[in-house]
Design a protein around this ligand. Sequence first.
Ligand code: CA
Length: 711
Amino acid sequence: MMLIPRRSLLTLCLALAMPLIAQSAPPATVVDAAALSDQKQGANWLAYGRNFYEQRYSPLTQIDTQSVSKLGLQWSLPLPRDHSLLGTPVVVDGVMYFSGSWSVTRAVDARTGKLLWEYDPESIKHAGDRLRIMWDSNRGLAYWKGTLVICTIDGRLIGLDAKTGKQRWSTQTTDPSKPLYISGHPKVFRGLVLIGNGGTEFGASRGYVSAYHITSGKLAWRWYVVPGNPADGFEDPSQEMAAKTWTGEWWKFGGGGNVWNGITYDPDYNQILLGTGNGSPWNRKVRSPEGGDNLFLCSIVALDADTGEYKWHYQTVPGETWDYNSSMDIVLADLEIEGKTTKALMHAPKNGFFYVLDRADGKLLSAEMFAKVTWATGIDMKTGRPIEAEGARYEDGEELVWPGPLGAHNWHAMSYSPKTGLVYIPKQELPALFNDTGVKMVDWRSPYFGMDTAVDMGLGGDVPANIASSSLMAWDPLKQAKVWEVPQPEYWNAGTMATAGNLVFQGGISGEFAAYDARDGKKLWSVNVGSGISAPPITYEVDGKQYVSLLVGFGGAGVSLAGGTALSRYGWSYRAQERQLLTFAIDGSKPMPDVGAPVVPKPIVPADFKVDMELAKKGSDIYTNTCVICHGAGAVSGGYAPDLRASAIFATPAALKAVITQGTLVPNGMPQYKDLGDAELEALQHFVRAQAAAGAKATEAAKEKEKTAAQ
Ligand code: CA
């Protein structure tokens, strides 16, 4: 045996290690507050809105107004078990992470699409009755120092090892006995992760947000959006202040305010900016019968990021009564206002106004309508309050109000380009007919795992084609004015992304994914992906090559809530088209995957079934309380879940009973309703058959009209 002196062994080891060090890749990115504040690096897409600033703006320029015409498919990953895909992936050092349907999470090689690992949180198994209030939607995940944080519809927050996909911890953030869900994305900052939840429409819900330690999943702080019963004492001074703006016994109805989206961490002031939800129930006459602003509903609230302590708020809709939550994204930017650089936030919530606020103190700097608005005529800049239009609160019976509950802008993220100074908004125009004349104001009770908002908006009826409109709109936040607008079909067009290549990318319901010149809206490139698009795109760079990625899987609760013929005519069925993760690059030459043809639902109209209209009316009420959230207004599916008018299950009472009361399709995500008896099932069947007959008749009439027009 040869003896090697200690010193030379060390030298040998160092000599062997040297070439390895010399050849290794650049140092791995540490995703911390510094990385998430860095707006200049473009290789990684580190968070939901790319970084803390939520601008969805990339400094990458390889793909620009000139080269974009050569953009082609580089790789695709088929996702045959997914349905709704709404998420924003994150990319860290050439690895892409994304959450699909039911929050199934995957890591892939961002250059090739090769699957590295997959983690299934088994959301359906955990969800139980929460399947009744939200289906497979999930909008994204968060990354912090090697830990990936995902959330599930049943309210869990889960920390994963980003390298292996192994679970590190799991925390239940909601009371499982309550109708609360998470479809949103967690937000990370300074070692904490913040999450809220949804559920305003499905129970006596009191909104809150919770911050957990990323290393352990242990609770750090919690803040309630609305005050509880004063007799129980207030959690903090902000609750006492808020309680003065409520009347009656609001706590019996929960109050609402659930933060289901729209959480921004502001690194400049170390504060959390929350976009809060609407009231529970929607109708203020029930919730707070003597009036009041009802803080902190429909507001932007700033909290100290370390303690959760209240700092300031701005309420967009005092005394909310139309579901105009402020849950839309909150974008941070330095804006030159009156000759000084202001750390501003930009916010375009459902209510149709575009707001610019000073993040130092929440002072309103400007607000203008960016869409058709009839509930208010403007914002009083002295008080910061909206000037409400007469009759808008449906005091005198039926009232047609713009925007409707789906809002002039919903969760589909907007983007902001510091280069053009413009905000790119997925805008939509869809009114609603509010009517509470049939609502028992005094004896009204909150629903429990069903939908009741204490105001009727006609969800039992179809949404016909062309009743809505939408657009990609470029908005100047300084002038508070539209710069350009590209019309998009129907509504629910997807989130946008802006780049330093002077491009804006967006997909939508028609299945077209396009790039526009950020300066004038000229369409420079587009591709048909063969299926409706609900998710926003991202861009990143690996080994000097820029990529653009997009999840394709039409869905989300808004698709069903309005649903109707407006969306169903495209034929994006919840299971007909194979879902995809698509990635494009310059000179990408792969053919687009064949995902399957559109399938427009064909309503079944059995000759021997005689609809009892009395029963159908009863069935309509049951439908809007239990089925509409997934299966669509008027039983016309927008593609989120099967179209019941075309379903064989509705053919026989035995099949209905098996699926609805006995729960035979629970493993697929169809909830069980033990509480629905034979009489209720029969009423549902008559409603669905009536809607099927009406749908078939409308199709015939449309065909006749086409024929006449052709002659
Ligand atoms: Ca709502």
